[in-house]
Design a protein around this ligand. Structure first.
Ligand SMILES: Nc1ncnc2c1ncn2[C@@H]1O[C@H](COP(=O)(O)OP(=O)(O)OP(=O)(O)O)[C@@H](O)[C@H]1O
Ligand SMILES: [Mg+2]
Length: 341
């Protein structure tokens, strides 16, 4: 393996028929790094993970894990990796321990190695108490912890986590995130995770690749990604306007310093604007149209803002959220379900 890259992806592409799910992506993940692929539904996150974990073959490009090619040396790759994905199977009628023994056997692990490993992992993920309970009785959070244990049975150097906290309750979410950090800190495991949650990417990842429509549109540390916004003079303002109307929204959109307006609810909007006088220009425009301003707040950029700036959309579509980009790379967008009430 050259350099200290644990993962090297070059021009990786996956097509399903004519549809390009992953479009010529390239990135590297260093040893012991936590790398995140952040993107909305259908961005190509799972497809990327499936190629890197040898489950599906790319149409083009290469990927190496620990120096091994995912196509030509797939069995070597599988020895190095563990995967937690959306579609994992556990046997409900077997106990936690029976399930793990079954999966451990698939790795040809002898009992002398497997049994202590299972006990250690059950302990680490707070499931020891339930080791003899049937998995069918487990909550979603407990099942996900079982999936993590299963992925760690062979002590992988690289752990792939596809949406590790999707659908989990808040407490399980915190537990899984804490565990990911601990595993990386104490065992130096290289981790690549996918998520559509900005805060999750922010919290866990050393570097983040933002993926949209099969392409990586930005890649850096969270801090540097956010600097691309604050550094170019963009101000993010949140306004509370109790008498917000669509005509008032149009007025705000037409203020020359305003780049985009997203409506969060009946009275709150978020504005991306450029220039030193943005604040005054916006307030003047609202007042001129008899808009009341209850509050105005300057926000620090979030990864959501980074995504919005690059794509013109929000990572998670909210039903009552209206976003209008005036210029920049994002298209002008009026969704049917989005309206001012
Ligand atoms: N086996 C397949 N056959 C056809 N299309 C597929 C297949 N798998 C994925 N796709 C399509 O490829 C695109 C990317 O899918 P993928 O599952 O990688 O997205 P994702 O980023 O993981 O999104 P999600 O948040 O929904 O998990 C989607 O449009 C999806 O419908
Ligand atoms: Mg997915």
């Amino acid at each position: 393996m050259e350099s200290n890259n644990m993962i090297e992806v070059k021009n990786l592409t996956k097509k399903f028929g004519d549809f390009i799910a992953v479009d010529d992506i390239s990135f590297e993940v260093k040893q012991s790094e936590v790398f995140g692929l952040l993107g909305p539904n259908g961005a190509g996150k799972s497809t990327t993970i499936r190629m890197l974990t040898t489950l599906i073959r790319p149409n083009d490009g290469t990927a190496k894990i620990g120096g091994y090619d995912v196509i030509k040396q797939d069995s070597k790759v599988r020895e190095l990796i563990g995967l937690v994905s959306e579609k994992m199977i556990m046997y409900d009628r077997l106990t936690a321990k029976e399930n793990l023994k079954f999966f451990g056997k698939l790795y040809n692990m002898p009992d002398s190695v497997l049994n202590p490993k299972i006990d250690e992992l059950l302990e680490m993920l707070n499931l020891s108490k339930w080791k003899n309970s049937k998995v069918g009785t487990f909550s979603t959070g407990m099942r996900q912890r079982m999936n993590v244990i299963r992925a760690l049975l062979n002590t992988p150097q690289v752990l792939f986590l596809d949406e590790p906290t999707l659908g989990l309750d808040p407490q399980s979410t915190v537990e899984i995130r804490e565990f990911i950090k601990k595993l990386n800190r104490e065992h130096k495991t290289t981790i690549i995770l996918t998520t559509h949650m900005m805060n999750e990417a922010d919290l866990l990842c050393d570097r983040i690749g933002i993926i949209d429509k099969g392409k990586i549109v930005a890649l850096d540390t969270s801090a540097n990604l956010k600097k691309t916004i604050s550094g170019n003079g963009t101000t993010i303002l949140k306004l509370e306007i109790p008498n917000l109307t669509s005509s008032l929204l149009n007025t705000i959109q037409s203020v020359k310093c305003v780049n985009s307006v997203s409506q969060e609810n009946n009275s709150h909007i978020k504005i991306h604007a450029t220039g030193d006088d943005a604040f005054d220009l916006i307030i003047d425009a609202v007042r001129a149209k008899k808009g009341k301003i209850n509050s105005i707040e300057k926000l620090e950029p979030t990864l959501e803002d980074v995504f919005l700036k690059i794509t013109g959309r929000e990572v998670r579509d909210k039903a009552d959220n209206k976003i209008v980009m005036k210029h920049g790379p994002g298209p002008k967008r009026f969704s049917q379900k989005q309206r001012v009430r």
